[in-house]
Design a binder for this molecule. Structure first.
Ligand SMILES: NC(=O)c1ccc[n+]([C@@H]2O[C@H](COP(=O)([O-])OP(=O)(O)OC[C@H]3O[C@@H](n4cnc5c(N)ncnc54)[C@H](O)[C@@H]3O)[C@@H](O)[C@H]2O)c1
Length: 253
């Protein structure tokens, strides 16, 4: 098993890519501390994975108290933190001229500040053991001025460009300390993230997304989890600062 004796913290684990990652990590032998703001969804996931190797911390990961609680739970329950997956995120559609300051702040807080906070509170535990792997969820949106049916995703794209830069900066800062920092950049993955942003546009969006994919379909969350597992495991021991595209050839067009 590729994560035997490892302890992993995964944010946004109640659905989509986070759920698939938690499930795969558990199968590979990891002990888990999972977070989500969705208490019911998180309870479903943690009880399916079993109390002996899985803990849940409900909370808004953009608030510092949640990242402090996540690190504390991992250390008190399992004694260490080997892996952090910064996965929680929301989507948002709004042109710059329509977006309120509150909407901008919410997107930056949940998608980007959460990554800063979790790294801030997890890295000291990794430094103490001179080992660790951090995987951030960036996106094809880290690289492009993507739009969705004419509605701008500019602010989401900025958060994902930030996730890429956070990855690069922390990778070079901590490489000599045994901490690797990488990001996965998925293409279109059929999860609830679009439904949460614009319920009425969901079916149309995924149809348009398929049409834009050279590979001819959207990804399954499990296909992104496989890439996260690679970057989290010792199989990627010489990989750091890497944006791993898992996009069906989207950016290669
Ligand atoms: N689905 C895609 O096409 C796609 C593409 C590229 C990147 N991503 C990224 O992958 C990550 C996971 O997204 P997903 O597609 O699985 O979406 P999802 O909506 O299925 O899952 C996101 C999870 O994050 C949780 N969450 C939201 N706000 C939170 C908060 N404040 N605190 C704690 N948890 C919170 C949600 O409850 C949900 O369980 C996100 O960072 C997203 O930006 C998704």
């Amino acid at each position: 098993m590729r994560l035997q004796d490892k302890v992993a913290v995964v944010t946004g684990a109640a659905s989509g890519i986070g759920h698939a990652t938690a499930t795969l990590f558990a199968r590979e032998g990891a002990r888990l501390v999972l977070n989500d703001i969705d208490a019911l969804g998180l309870e479903r996931v943690t009880s399916a994975l079993g109390a002996a190797s899985c803990r849940g911390v409900v909370g808004d990961v953009s608030r510092e108290q949640t990242s402090i609680a996540l690190a504390a739970e991992a250390v008190s329950s399992f004694g260490q933190i080997d892996i952090l997956v910064n996965n929680a995120g929301i989507h948002f559609l709004k042109d710059i001229t329509e977006m309120t300051v509150a909407q901008w702040d919410r997107l930056m807080d949940i998608n980007l500040k959460s990554m800063f906070l979790c790294c801030k509170h997890v890295i000291p535990h990794m430094l103490a053991r001179k080992r660790g792997a951090i995987v951030n969820l960036a996106s094809i949106s880290s690289f492009i001025g993507q739009e969705m049916d004419g509605a701008s995703t500019f602010a989401y794209n900025i958060t994902k460009a930030g996730a890429l830069q956070l990855t690069t900066s922390l990778a070079s800062r901590y490489a000599a300390d045994g901490i690797r920092v990488n990001c996965v950049c998925p293409g279109n993955v059929e999860t609830n993230i679009v439904k949460r942003a614009t319920p009425e546009a969901t079916a149309q969006f995924w149809r348009a997304a398929v049409a834009s994919e050279p590979i001819g379909r959207n990804a399954r969350p499990e296909e992104i989890a496989n890439a996260i597992l690679f970057l989290a495991s010792d199989e990627s021991s010489f990989v750091t600062g890497c944006p791993l595209l898992v996009d069906g050839g989207y950016l290669a067009r």
